[in-house]
Structure formats: C-alpha cells, structure tokens
Design a protein around this ligand. Sequence first.
Ligand SMILES: Cc1cc2nc3c(=O)[nH]c(=O)nc-3n(C[C@H](O)[C@H](O)[C@H](O)COP(=O)(O)OP(=O)(O)OC[C@H]3O[C@@H](n4cnc5c(N)ncnc54)[C@H](O)[C@@H]3O)c2cc1C
Length: 319
Amino acid sequence: MRALIFVEHSNGVVSENAFEMLLLAKSIGAECHGLICTGDAGAAQALGTQLTGFDAVSAVADPTVGHYNPEAVLIALKAAVETQAPDVVMTSYSTAGVDLAAGLAVRSERPMLGYVTDLELNSGGLSATSQVYGGKLTAKTDLPLPAVTTVMPGARKAGSLSGAAPAVTMLKPDLSGARTRVREIITPDNSSGVNLGNADMIFCVGRALGGTEKLPLAEALAAALKAELAGSRPVIDAGWLPKIRQVGKSGTKVKPKLYLMAGVSGAPEHLEGMESSELIIAINSDEQAPIFRKAHYGTACDMFQLIPALTERLNSGNS
Ligand SMILES: Cc1cc2nc3c(=O)[nH]c(=O)nc-3n(C[C@H](O)[C@H](O)[C@H](O)COP(=O)(O)OP(=O)(O)OC[C@H]3O[C@@H](n4cnc5c(N)ncnc54)[C@H](O)[C@@H]3O)c2cc1C
C-alpha cells in the first residue's frame, strides 16, 4: 500500500495537515510519499527537511507553482501520481486540497471521497469514514483502489515523528500546459491592527447574532474578557463584522488559549480554523449542534440571555 500526500505549506512552514494525513496513512500501513510544490529548489529542500516520518519526498520547484495555481499544481500532482503509482492520494480538505483532489480524480479516472476522517483496510481496498451534511452524519464507504481522498483537518492529532526526513527528489513535469498565471498576491488590509492569529482569547459569534443591532452585546462581552471579537463566515458575509475577523477555512486559523463561541453550529469549515484552540467553550441553543462534539465545555441555552449575564459578572469583578 502506497500513499501520496500533497504537502501544503505557508511562509516556509509545512502545514500540520500533512502530518495528520501521514499518521492516518501510517495507520493503514502505507508507505508514505510526500509531494511539495514550490517556487524554487532551495525552498523545496528547506520544506523537505521538515518532513520527518515520510518514507520519500518529491518536489516540483518552478515559479509557475510558486504561488498556488490550481491548473499548474494539478499537472504536477498528476505527474507525481504517474511516476509513483500510489494506491491512495491524500489531500487536505482545504481550498487547494479540494480543488486538486477533484481535478485529479477526473484526470486519473479514480474514485474520490471527501471529508474523510478515518481509513481502514478491507479485502477490496479501503473502508473510509467520512462526514456528511457538515458533520451531522457519518458515512462508511468501501473505496476501491486506486483512489483519491480529501482528509478532514484534525482527523489524526499531528504528533512528532522521529527519524530523519528523507532526501528530496526533484520532479520536472512539463507545466507549459497551465494557461493561468498568478500575477500578484493581494494581502488583506490590516490597518485596524486586528491579529486573530496571535490572540490569546477570542469570542466568536455566529449567524444567530442576527444582525448588527445585537453586536454591542457581543462587543461588551469581548471587552470584559479582553478577548478579540471574531465571527463565522455568515457574520462576515452579511457585513456585521469585517473580513479580518473571520475564523475558518476561508478566514484566519487561530489557536488561542480560550475560544468562546456563541450561535456557531460547528461546520467543518469553521472547525478547520479553530479546532487547535486550547480551550473551546460553546454556547448554542440546539443541544444537538455539531459544535458540542468538539467543544471542551458547552451550554445549550439562548446566547442573548447568557451573554449579558456573563458580561455583567465579569465587569463586577466577581468572575
Ligand atoms: C469553501 C467554503 C469555505 C468556508 N469557509 C468558512 C470559514 O472560513 N468560516 C466559517 O465560519 N464558515 C465557512 N464556511 C461556511 C460553513 O460551511 C458554514 O456555513 C458556517 O460556518 C455556518 O456559520 P454559523 O455556524 O454561524 O451558522 P449556522 O450554521 O446557521 O449556525 C447557527 C447556530 O446558531 C444556533 N443558534 C440559533 N439561535 C441561537 C440562540 N439564540 N442562542 C444560541 N445559539 C443559537 C443554532 O442552533 C445553530 O447551530 C465555508 C463554506 C465553504 C463551502
């Protein structure tokens, strides 16, 4: 059994998801190959040294894939699949991973399964556990090999693996077929000084906030806690809070000591941004809400009753 893991990275650091997928692949006894796509050979070597625990690592180092370019990276991934013939290709359930897995599945005529949280060997190939309906249901699927999977962040806790990282083998696929080029990366304006990524305490509100009329309640609790105020995507899409305050897959990934959340259901795309928080406390009126499976503590109650009461208690100094 051989697994090819697409290794995502940012600012020179390999994403934790790569190691989570590694542990998942190792749990089915797979020989694990990693693929890095980056702009130059030096960056590829530096990333390769972080891949402790992988059995082999290859890299495509070319300016065309220096910034994530789905068309070009898909060509690179397909080339790696053709050379290495993995039984299972694993990408993270991330913006890039979903793009690539779907494209690869079509081009290589392999079945693809998304939202995977666990894999086991069975007689015909793999038995995969995956999330359905935003995590409300779980499915078991027989997955014939060879196959492509996208793996949920957090499917395995990324532990430290011992041993030396393998040497990086350079691949040189013909990327000239990629028609698109990344011309410029535009980073969001952060003149407000908000930095959720570094915050120790975050109070996050979800769609249940209902509008800006109730925002002062949330701001008062955030101030009383000395926490940064954040929102789930619907809160940002509705314009109740600025984009810089969005947590999740398409927002900021955070790791505070305390992540207090109110009126957030716990969709996978939100969890992806906050599940590494040290302490997660959820307020949600629906006791079946998926967030209660992830939160360390939770209360099933109306946030509009609890938020003012908590603020008052904190401000009274009797917290
Ligand atoms: C490609 C992609 C990227 C995405 N990126 C992100 C992302 O970065 N961040 C993100 O958050 N989402 C993201 N999403 C959206 C995500 O799938 C969910 O739709 C979103 O997280 C839901 O937000 P929510 O939990 O605030 O709203 P809902 O799912 O509508 O949940 C509202 C919750 O509030 C509870 N509630 C209602 N009234 C009360 C009350 N009075 N008191 C307490 N609780 C109450 C309800 O029980 C419910 O659980 C993305 C989706 C896609 C497809």
